[in-house]
Structure formats: C-alpha cells, structure tokens
Design a protein around this ligand. Structure first.
Ligand code: G4P
Length: 545
C-alpha cells in the first residue's frame, strides 16, 4: 500500500543518548557541522528553511534563518539582545533530527565576500553544494568547488528547482564531473523531466517517493512512498526512463562509496525542489547516516589533536556585537576537541594571554542536556573578545595551535581617507577594528604620522561595507580614493624582504603587525619577481617555476 507522510529514517544508534552524554566521542558522533554553499539565487535560504522545518529547530533564533528572517534579526538585534542574550542565528543554525545535532554555518552569498566564506568553510566538516538545475554550473559554483578542494572538504551536490524546466539529468552529472573532477554518484533520481517533477526514485531500495502537490510548499510535502510495481502504474514512462537513466549513471560512476566521498573524489548527488520542501528528507537522511562527524583536527605541525584531549578550538569569524556604539566584538570559535564549559580557564595560544569564557554564548544541544556545554563541531561565541583575532587558537590545558587562516589575495586597492579631522582617532580605531574582524584587509603606506591606510579588497563591495561601518559605528565618515594601479599583493618573506623588493622596483606597504607586503601592477610583474627572487615569497626556485 501507499505509506503517506512517511517520517524520514531515524538512526537507532543514537537513540539512547542519556547513557553516555558526557562522553566526547559519543557527543562528536552525534554532530554534523556543515555549510550550504551556492551561486546566489540557487535556493540556499529556501533549503535552509526547509531543512529546519523537517528537523526540529533547537533555538528559537534559528527559526528565522531565511532571507526574511535575516532582515528581521538585523533590525531586532537590540531587542533580541535584551530578551535572550546574543543570538548567533546568523552565524550558526542549530537543529536536531534523529538524535543528531546539526550545526549549519552560514556563508555570505556574494562573491565579493569569498574570504569570509573560506573562513567559515575551514570550520565545517562537509559542504552541501546547491545547484540551480536550470542553470547548471555557475561561476560561484565552480569557485566554491575549488575552495572545497583546497580545504579537502567532502561535498554533497543537490540539484535544486527540479520543478522548473531545465537541463537533462545525465548532462548535469557530466557537467559536474567535467568542472570539478569529482565523480557524481546519484543517491536518488528525479522521476519526470525538469519542469515536470513527479517524484524521486531511490536506487538503493528501488522505491518511488511521489511528490504530492496538494500541500507542497505550505508545509512538509506529503510524500507517498510506493513499490516499483505501484510506481510503474503511477508514473508510467517517466518511471521507466528515470530507472534507465539512473542505472546508466550508476553503471558509469558506481554506487556511493564513503571513502571516495570523504576523500573528495566523488560527490553524492541528490535532486530536490526546496521551495516545495521536496527532496529535503533524503538530504537530511544523508547527513545523518553518511556525512562525517567531527574528527580529530591537525595542528600546525600536522599532529591530530585527539577529540578527547583538553578543550580547543579556533576563531573562524569575528562580528560586531549588537550594540555598535560599544564596539564590542564577538569571536566565533569552532570546537575541535574536548568539552567547553562556561567559566573554564582558557588561553589564547597566539598571544599567550588568558581568555575569559564567562561571556560566552552557545546553545545547549537539547532541553535535557546540561546547559552551557559544547562539544566538538559546536560553535561558541565569545563576547568582549577584544584579545581574539581571526585564526587564533583558544585552548584549555595542554597548548595547541591550529593552522592560521590564510589571507586571500586582494585584487582591489584604494587609499582610505577620513573626512572629519576631529574624528581622526575614531577613524584609526575603526580601521583597525574592521581589519581585525576580517571585513577588509588594511595595508599601511609609510610610517608614524605620515602613515596612510589602504583598503585591500578581494571584492569591491567590501569597500562599501567598510565605509558604511566606519560612518555608522565609529561616526568617522570616510571615502576611498581612486583605485591604485595594482592588481595583486603578496606578503613578503626572506632575509631582507624590503630591500630586496625595493631593489626589484616593487612597492612595499605594511600590515598592521609590521609584515611587509609587495604590491604588483600585473601578473607579469609578479611572475617575474617570483622567478628572480623566490625567497621573497617564501618559496624555492623550483616552486617558482
Ligand atoms: P539564495 O538564498 O541561494 O540566494 O536563494 P533563495 O533561497 O532566496 O531562492 C532564490 C529564488 O529561488 C527564490 O525566488 C526562491 O523562491 C526560488 N526557489 C528556491 N528553491 C526553489 C525550487 O525548488 N523551485 C523553484 N521553482 N524555485 C525555487 P524569488 O522569486 O527570488 O523569491 P520568492 O518569490 O520566492 O520570495
């Protein structure tokens, strides 16, 4: 018969949490820390909402994660602070399903903020790549796939908007493989061509889940699960075609193989229509059953920090607090090992200074979990975190340092000038604040009082954001001058980098910590300098070639 409204699979392994709630391995196994990445408009907000709807949203704040919700939470910022302390809804959405706790970290959609996205991706264990089926691989899709490759992140690909006319399934898979080098392995297959989405074929069980249109979109889509025989009657030719195409894909690319997925050589593929909440349950099931749980992370020396060692984590994001007038900063830390408890004694590895864990914000896993505890994979927000910088490692007990996050190579350079001389101190403070937060890179030309700051951006929208914040938060209106004639910047290394660079007619500026940075007018000049003076870039002659 037809099973109407079947509940997605729930893992029994996780069903008795009370027995070992205090075991870090058990808690880590229950967690999935991931991000949804996509070219803008592919449906990231829609999918986020649909996932939260299918699962149980743990925090109130998380319910309003979608586009509209984000607007609301921005304007209600102050109210929310008063009501329930700092909300980290725009950083991490937390929800639970099948006794698994999900931490869904938000990434900015626009390409100009790719550096922020990169930093968030260092804090997750896998990524969901959402693709608009009618558009296929878009520029951001490709860039994000490349970032995942660099970070060694497993990626599951979801073809969204299958309810819209678009490309053919097999073509889409080819495109993925060609563009990313990852082997696309279908976990389900759409029945009905793009634009006429009937349901999903599950090659593992052989069953058909029919999309019921009666209440699609309004709430959870009613899913009718049918046997192959019933499906043949219900969907006819579309069913046969789906099975044939899926068989072709499976015979070419194989079945799901966990090792291939985790190594980034294969990307499992799912089809969905997030706006109709359809195809979301299989994605959740995938995350529960097959996505990686937090594991030991390598320190700077490459040694894995065991999950059950002392608490440790790293700052992957800084954000202004809710009261801009106070310039309070929030530092978001991804927990890598151990148990975090409010009030514990912590140290910032890079400065050696103690870090207060008194003013932290983290959500308890569930109502019955003891509050104020976080485990590997979780995100803890430190407020009043003026001593913390992006990339810093925070730890209890035995010291550890996780790899620092690299600077993205900026491509746009502009001098920034304060407009109000009486606000010059606020201007300087604002600039260094924005730099610490990672809003924009700041380079300085010259020394002392004649020092002038240069904004270095990966994307030009960063200029607008930085200027807007200088004005609003620091009451220090500023402008950027015309674009400087450089296309790239590189940190300089070696025995006497400034002299070497100047001898090669390279313009040298400095980061706030004094590190010299070379500015290059074009790729040719950069390439030439790399060949002539590889030591400037901390590379060998061979690497330069
Ligand atoms: P983003 O966060 O990735 O930028 O995308 P978002 O979720 O905002 O979705 C972008 C547009 O795509 C929205 O339409 C959304 O409704 C639509 N969309 C998302 N998933 C699906 C789907 O499965 N099928 C179809 N047909 N459309 C989908 P919009 O017109 O921009 O907004 P709205 O009219 O829905 O408010």
């Amino acid at each position: 018969g037809i099973l109407v409204g079947m509940v997605p699979g729930i893992l029994t392994d996780y069903d008795s949490p009370s027995t070992n709630d205090n075991d870090v391995h058990h808690q880590a196994r229950r967690r999935r820390t991931f991000a949804i990445i996509a070219h803008p408009d592919a449906g990231k907000s829609t999918l986020t909402e649909a996932l939260a709807l299918h699962a149980r949203v743990i925090t109130e704040a998380g319910v309003t994660h979608g586009k509209q919700g984000r607007h609301a939470s921005m304007s209600d910022w102050g109210t929310m602070e008063r009501e329930r302390g700092i909300s980290i809804s725009s950083t991490a959405l937390r929800f639970e399903h099948g006794n698994v706790i999900f931490n869904l970290l938000d990434t900015p959609g626009h390409a100009d903020f790719s550096e922020d996205t990169y930093r968030v991706l260092t804090a997750v264990d896998c990524a969901i790549m959402l693709v608009d089926s009618s558009r296929g691989m878009e520029t951001q899709t490709l860039k994000l796939f490349a970032v995942c490759k660099e970070l060694g992140l497993p990626v599951v690909t979801v073809f969204n908007k299958w309810d819209r006319p678009g490309q053919e399934t097999l073509e889409l898979l080819d495109e993925v493989q060609e563009a990313t080098g990852r082997l696309p392995v279908p976990l389900n297959w759409p029945v009905g061509i793009a634009g006429d989405f009937r349901g999903l074929y599950d090659p593992e069980s052989g069953n058909y889940t029919r999309l019921s249109r009666t209440n699609a979109g309004a709430s959870l889509a009613q899913a009718d699960v049918m046997s192959p025989e019933e499906a043949a009657v219900d969907a006819g030719d579309a069913w046969e075609a789906a099975r044939e195409d899926c068989d072709i894909a499976v015979s070419l690319n194989g079945n799901f193989d966990s090792e291939e997925f985790l190594a980034g050589r294969a990307t499992p593929v799912l089809f969905a229509a997030a706006a109709s909440n359809f195809g979301v349950a299989p994605l959740l099931d995938f995350l529960v059953n097959r996505a990686p749980a937090p594991g030991p992370r390598p320190d700077t020396g490459g040694t894995l920090r065991p999950l059950d060692s002392d608490f440790s984590g790293f700052v992957f994001k800084m954000q202004s607090g809710m009261n801009p007038a106070h310039h309070d900063k929030l530092a978001f830390v991804r927990v890598c090992s151990g148990t975090f408890q409010r009030g514990m004694t912590l140290r910032n590895e890079s400065s050696g200074k103690p870090v207060s864990s008194k003013y932290t914000h983290h959500m308890s896993g569930r109502d019955r979990d003891s509050a104020d505890e976080s485990w590997p994979g979780d995100v803890v927000g430190f407020s009043n975190a003026s001593g913390l910088r992006i990339g810093d490692t925070v730890h209890a007990g035995e010291a550890v340092a996780f790899p620092r996050l690299p600077h993205f190579n900026a491509e746009h350079f502009r001098m920034v000038r304060g407009l109000d001389p009486s606000r010059s101190k606020a201007f300087a403070r604002g600039i260094s604040h924005l730099e610490e937060e990672g809003t924009i890179q700041v380079l300085y030309r010259g020394f002392g009082t004649s020092q002038t700051p240069i904004f270095a951006a990966v994307g030009v929208l960063q200029f607008d954001v930085a200027l807007d914040r200088l004005k609003r938060e620091f009451n220090a209106p500023a402008v950027v001058e015309e674009a400087l004639p450089y296309e790239m910047a590189r940190d300089l290394y070696g025995p006497d980098p400034v002299q070497t660079a100047k001898a090669a007619a390279i313009d040298v500026v400095y980061r706030s910590n004094g590190n010299p940075v070379g500015l290059f007018r074009n790729q040719w000049k950069l390439g030439r300098t790399m060949t002539d003076s590889p030591e400037l870039f901390g590379i060998t002659e061979d690497e330069a070639k």
